[in-house]
Ligand binder design. Sequence first.
Ligand SMILES: C=CC1=C(C)c2cc3[nH]c(cc4nc(cc5[nH]c(cc1n2)c(C)c5CCC(=O)O)C(CCC(=O)O)=C4C)c(C)c3C=C
Ligand SMILES: [Fe+2]
Ligand SMILES: [Fe+2]
Length: 337
Amino acid sequence: MTQRAVLLVNLGSPDQPDAPSVRRYLNQFLMDPYVIQLPWLLRRFIVSAFVLPTRPKASAEAYRSVWTDTGSPLIVLSEKLHKAVQQQVDMPVELAMRYGNPSIEAGLLKLARTDEVKEVLFIPLYPHFADSTVTTCIEMAKHVIAKHKLDIILTVKPPFYQEEGYINALVEQTRPYLMEEHDHLLFSYHGLPESHILKRDPSGQHCLKQADCCNKPHVAHATCYRHQVMTTTAAFAEKAQLNPDNYSVAFQSRLGRAKWLGPNTEDRLIELAQNGTKNVLVMCPAFVTDCLETLEEIAIRAEEVFIEAGGRSLKLIPCLNDDPVWVNLLAQWCEAP
Ligand SMILES: C=CC1=C(C)c2cc3[nH]c(cc4nc(cc5[nH]c(cc1n2)c(C)c5CCC(=O)O)C(CCC(=O)O)=C4C)c(C)c3C=C
Ligand SMILES: [Fe+2]
Ligand SMILES: [Fe+2]
């Protein structure tokens, strides 16, 4: 007698690492009003005039450099995670992507067609809140439920950036790498335009108004990506007993001309190399599965930048992927009352 089912949701990838597939994917991704937060006409113009003519070819090449025999790393690793969680729990678990395949619509329809399912626990696989990741996939799920008049209750797992179990999983998974010789640990989080954070500050007076805003308790932190990544970093540093001089935070994957959160990961790596740091470890806790942004942007491109600036080695610490401690935590969430 199944009452609850679970939908794990990640970002998604192109179907193939070629320019036409990447163009379709980027068009769906960047025309999402939660990602490029501009009026439709302006968004359409920017995406069509500045992104789609050149980026698909370059991005397809980047995807090809990390593509596996069974597909995009993000999809393959999410499927492995899905399978591992399904083996631990006695309820249906499906996997969906916000962009590309398998879609949220397909996942919800599959679960809702199982007669006994009354509730879908919707787990966005993002530790930190952002409209461009969390809100957009929840809104898509609500849209699908309304469109098909599905008779299910949607329960959403909130961002888990400071949950003890999540920090514990990160520390356990990272520990063997931290024991290797290194001079610095860089936390590289996916970046966000500052405007996305300012727009969500209900007071309009707190976020990004002073350098240490993220350390002062405030109602805005419920939706402040910067506060949430700083909290993950501080909790990780405390649990892993990091020396404050040996780690720092930066933001990667900047796109376009708007002002994004800083410092930028590549700039920070150059600064570290120029200050004499030789061996750097990089971890990317905004992602729960490895993907283009970790395997290509950090492990290939950022490594080149670091070495060119005088560094000796850059090692990427893998994301949680299907780590057993993380799988157990997800299974606990599935079964929580
Ligand atoms: C305005 C643009 C973007 C925002 C805002 C943004 C936020 C954001 N993205 C992730 C996670 C991922 N992004 C990935 C790829 C990617 N991101 C953008 C743009 C924005 N992201 C683009 C154009 C791309 C495509 C790749 C490229 O052409 O360079 C990925 C990897 C996907 C994969 O297939 O591997 C992830 C994961 C987060 C967590 C986030 C906000 C916090
Ligand atoms: Fe992104
Ligand atoms: Fe803040």
